[in-house]
Design a protein around this ligand. Structure first.
Ligand code: ATP
Length: 328
């Protein structure tokens, strides 16, 4: 027989992303709505191991829907990767009478949740929180839309300088394994070329494209490069290479870095967080476990954690074509 869930624990783990606070708020308020207690767990799995918990009621999450980061703090915990660490975490949950867990994080955090569920049969539900949008089973992860808007805003500002000085700018954005941010923000920011990990466009092609754009009368350009692009050179090496081959260009590099992870969540991310939080808690109350809540075709949908972890997200190849056409 299923154990009735009377208390739900919620934690944020891995890299933070805008919208995590809105998701915590949603989990807490959905629990309150269903007369279920809710406990916040600080610093992800590390706080679980140390029993760093706080009771959370509906009012404890006021004024956080608009805040970036996570009020529960996030952490990476090596100790949780050991059976001894997980045993400590389990003992703390039992002591605090927590019956189920909502984990807001990326695929590493979901792996931890899955291992924990296998070991202790503990009900777990995942909410995808990462700006990279690289989790299978959802069209959008929490923070992705906000990060896109942040990057586009930065590109707009860089463009002002690029066009005033007739310069070429290389803008590096986050995305070691996935080019979603580069591709979408590149198109949104009107980039000349976009380099992503999924596709090796090749150095020759980049040079050709830059030559063509000079010849067509463009006086300034922006190239958006994902951290993990396939060319295999970092953005500064790439600058040196292009300058050596096209001396007519003076290139500036801008690495956007961690600013992409911060800031107030966009409206889309706030709504997404609210919807996913409701579904996560209600699914646990229905006796479901080991699943991730996500958006598929604009509907909230459940995907087994295992698939969410192992599955790969694909970039939309149509966007590559659109980008090509736009940079004529
Ligand atoms: P991001 O996308 O920002 O990297 P993430 O959730 O993938 O977020 P990770 O650092 O990979 O971030 O994982 C977060 C935490 O999940 C780890 O610090 C660890 O505590 C736990 N975890 C990851 N893999 C495992 C595993 N195989 N077994 C147990 N716990 C794990």
């Amino acid at each position: 027989m299923l154990k009735t869930i009377k208390k739900v624990g919620v934690l944020t783990s891995g890299g933070d992303s805008p919208g995590m606070n809105a998701a915590i708020r949603s989990v807490v308020r959905t629990c309150a709505y269903h007369n279920v207690l809710c406990v916040g767990i600080y610093r992800g799995y590390q706080g679980m191991i140390e029993g760093d918990f706080i009771e959370m009621g509906a009012r404890s999450v006021h004024n956080i829907i608009n805040k970036g980061g996570t009020i529960l703090k996030s952490a990476r915990s090596k100790e949780f990767m050991t059976p001894e660490g997980r045993k400590k975490a389990y003992d703390h949950l039992v002591k605090a009478e927590v019956d189920a867990l909502v984990v807001i994080g990326g695929d590493g955090s979901f792996t931890g949740a899955e291992v924990f569920n296998k070991e202790y049969g503990f009900p777990v539900m995942g909410i995808p929180g990462t700006i990279d949008n690289d989790i299978f089973g959802t069209s959008h992860t929490l923070g992705y839309d906000t990060a896109l808007n942040t990057v586009v805003e930065c590109i707009d500002k860089i463009r002002d300088t690029a066009s005033s000085h007739n310069r070429l700018f290389f803008v590096e954005v986050m995305g070691r394994d996935a080019g979603h941010i580069a591709l979408n923000a590149g198109i949104g920011g009107g980039a000349e070329e976009i380099l992503i990990p999924e596709e090796d466009l090749g150095l020759e092609r980049l040079l050709e494209s830059l030559k063509k754009s000079k010849a067509s009368g463009k006086s300034s350009s922006i190239v958006v490069i994902a951290e993990g692009d396939k060319i295999g050179k970092n953005v500064f090496e790439l600058k040196d290479y292009v300058e050596a081959n096209l001396p007519e260009y003076e290139i500036r590099v801008s690495v956007l870095g961690h600013m992409q992870r911060g800031g107030a969540p966009s409206c889309y991310d706030r709504v997404l967080a609210s919807r996913l939080g409701v579904k996560a808690v209600e699914s646990l109350l229905e006796g479901k476990s080991n699943l991730m809540v996500g958006m598929i075709n604009d509907k909230v949908a459940l995907t087994p954690l295992e698939q969410a972890i192992k599955g790969h997200t694909e970039i939309d190849r149509e966007l590559l074509r659109v980008s090509d056409i736009m940079s004529i």
